[in-house]
Design a protein around this ligand. Structure first.
Ligand SMILES: [Zn+2]
Length: 248
């Protein structure tokens, strides 16, 4: 080892690493991973019991946690404070929860992220749903169809709108890209988004994919504003969902 290499490896690089080590995006304390240990625990406090919550419906929705406190902060930091690296741990935790859920008995599914409008994505530099879907597929081994959907309509923030306004806003918001139209009908799809609220966005995507012969069998999201339902009817319908999957 030359003297220059030695100085670089043993002195300069470790010294620089002290400064280059990224801080926790939520509290700015130094962190070895994406979050510091304290914030990671706080984010985990927002997880639903049993690894996640399934909201049953025509298409079941699996959500990792409640959109509140540190999870809400983490998603905001990822999207608005330029911390795309946050997508990875969130997606891995989502994958863990999903793999342990009845929805994971699906086989032969591909993953499609909810797209952003081109201009908005250029401004942000990334689409968080795509980053989540990438890491989710890394963790589960599922295939991703990154560009199957495109957003043709630029929508403004949906959180301030009523359900009817949201529906109108997202109607015809998506288009299925040419290469993906009329693929074999056996292909089933899981949609991935960061936040699930009224379902207006994903329903619009489900509709346009359906018209192109692509069946959506589940929706996955990191967080939801919906409260989990623990009533008997939901458990009953979950069993129905499980049964219909195993019949495929
Ligand atoms: Zn922290």
């Amino acid at each position: 080892m030359t003297i220059i290499k030695f100085i670089w490896r043993k002195i300069l690089r470790p010294f620089l690493n002290i400064f280059l080590k990224p801080n926790c995006p939520l509290c700015q304390r130094s962190a070895d991973r994406e979050f510091c240990q304290y914030c990671e625990k706080q984010v985990w406090h927002c997880q639903f019991p049993n690894g996640g919550e399934i909201f049953s419906g025509e298409v079941p929705v699996f959500v990792w946690g409640q959109y509140k406190d540190s999870l809400k902060r983490a998603i905001a930091a990822m999207k608005y404070e330029d911390h795309p690296q946050i997508a990875k741990p969130l997606a891995y935790w989502l994958a863990d929860g999903w793999l342990a859920s009845p929805m994971a008995t699906l086989d032969k599914v591909v993953v499609i992220p909810i797209p952003m409008h081109k201009r908005k994505q250029r401004e942000r530099g990334f689409n968080q749903a795509e980053l989540l879907a990438n890491s989710f597929c890394e963790a589960t081994g599922l295939q991703i169809w990154r560009n199957a959907l495109a957003r043709k309509k630029e929508t403004r923030a949906l959180y301030s709108l009523s359900f009817a306004e949201r529906l109108e806003m997202v109607q015809d918001a998506f288009v299925v890209r040419k290469d993906f139209r009329n693929r074999p009908p056996c292909t089933s799809v899981l949609l991935v988004d960061d936040i699930y609220t009224t379902g207006a966005t994903v329903n619009s995507a489900i509709e346009v994919l359906g018209k192109a012969g692509i069946k959506v069998v589940g929706v996955l999201a990191i967080a939801t504003t919906k409260k989990p339902t623990r009533s008997k009817p939901q458990l009953k319908s979950q069993k129905v969902v499980r049964k219909s999957y195993s019949q495929k």
